[in-house]
Ligand binder design. Structure first.
Ligand SMILES: [Fe+2]
Length: 364
């Protein structure tokens, strides 16, 4: 059986999350450490799997309470790191031991408990932003709602974009780009998860997105390859783990996979994917203005961002016309699910900006 580390990524491959393959049960204290230990091999081979699993089952409700009732930041970070690790199994080396556990009851039990408590915490927080029940069932009104929501910017959103445009240094931009890397290397996969059948119209639009993401079938032109070239030109390496130190970016990332890997959340996944296609072009304009301030060869070096401005403008409108509208025409009760997915993404984007503001010490 191969471990993840035994297969090093080729230059044109995306670095995978490194599951630390430990079979020693010493120094395993946190939820994410317990999960990684339990994933590290067949449980019959692992000496302490029974004990660690019992401890985990006993402690899980306690940490979930700290995270989602007391809003303890350390607990929130630990829970989201654990969920991130669980979702990464779906993208791990197929020959690694972690895949033995992909559908194991112990793992599904933990994942479901975390997801249920987490969503019960999140959904009430976006209630005020949602359209009314009747608006959500009308394609034109729901389309307008998506456009309106995508345009709303908080003071911190404006402050972060202005900072990137006018003030951020080369080092701060490097941090920003590395922070964005984790999702950018998974974005095509989030689209692929939404491709599973609902209708031919929806499928056709998502395929267009995937076609763009994959460089129109030319591997070196894929968005992931463009991102890797950008990192290399900045002297940066692909991170194998997120560089985040706060729960907010983890939560934003995890939403894509909580929705994408649970069929019952399919429509939320669609709304969640549609929203960035609408708000990203204006975000990318500020980023490009900042990069042009710092680099005379920005257009060559940062093709990734330039290409996204044009592509996302086109995709945003297409998602509204070819995905959101036809789904609600066919199944009006899906409208509220689409809206929940969209509102959650707006909340995730705002939290991401709060995290950036904290990291750069701005917008106080
Ligand atoms: Fe992309």
């Amino acid at each position: 059986m191969l471990s993840n580390q035994q297969i090093s990524p080729q230059s044109n491959q995306v670095a995978s999350f490194k599951f630390t393959q430990t079979q020693s049960s010493e120094n395993i204290h946190t939820l994410s450490q317990q999960i990684i230990y339990l994933l590290s091999n067949d449980h019959q081979i692992l000496p302490s799997s029974k004990l660690i699993l019992q401890t985990l089952y006993r402690e899980l409700p306690i940490i979930l309470h700290s995270a989602f009732t007391n809003e303890d930041r350390k607990a929130l970070l630990e829970v989201h790191k654990s969920l991130y690790t669980i979702y990464e199994i779906n993208f791990s080396n197929p020959l690694s031991p972690v895949c033995l556990h992909e559908h194991s009851p112990w793992l599904l039990t933990i994942r479901r408990q975390i997801e249920n408590v987490w969503l019960n915490y999140e959904i009430p927080r976006i209630q005020k932003q949602l359209p009314s029940e009747s608006e959500a069932k009308q394609p034109k009104l729901l389309r307008d709602w998506f456009m309106e929501q995508a345009r709303i910017e908080s003071d911190i959103d404006k402050c972060v974009l202005k900072f990137l445009k006018d003030q951020a240094s080369v080092e701060q931009f490097n941090t920003f780009i590395l922070s964005d890397a984790t999702l950018n290397y998974r974005f095509c996969d989030t689209l692929a998860l939404a491709l599973l059948h609902f209708s031919e119209t929806v499928k056709a639009e998502i395929v267009q997105n995937i076609w763009d993401e994959s460089g129109h079938g030319i591997a070196k032109e894929s968005h992931a390859s463009q991102f890797t070239r950008m990192l290399a030109s900045l002297g940066l390496e692909q991170p194998t783990s997120p560089i985040w130190e706060n729960w907010q970016p983890y939560a934003g990332h995890n939403f894509y996979f909580c929705f994408g890997l649970n069929r019952k959340h399919y429509f939320k996944a669609i709304g969640n994917l549609a929203m960035p296609e609408i708000f990203d072009p204006s975000r990318n304009s500020s980023i490009i203005a900042g990069l042009e301030r710092l680099y005379s060869d920005a257009r060559v070096r940062f093709e990734y961002f330039y290409n996204h401005i044009e592509a996302d403008e086109k995709h945003g409108l297409s998602w509204l016309d070819n995905v959101i509208t036809p789904i609600v025409e066919l199944q009006p009760e899906a409208g509220m699910e689409l809206a929940i997915g969209g509102a959650v993404r707006m909340e995730a984007m705002r939290r991401y900006n709060q995290y950036l503001a904290l990291r750069f010490g701005i917008c106080k």
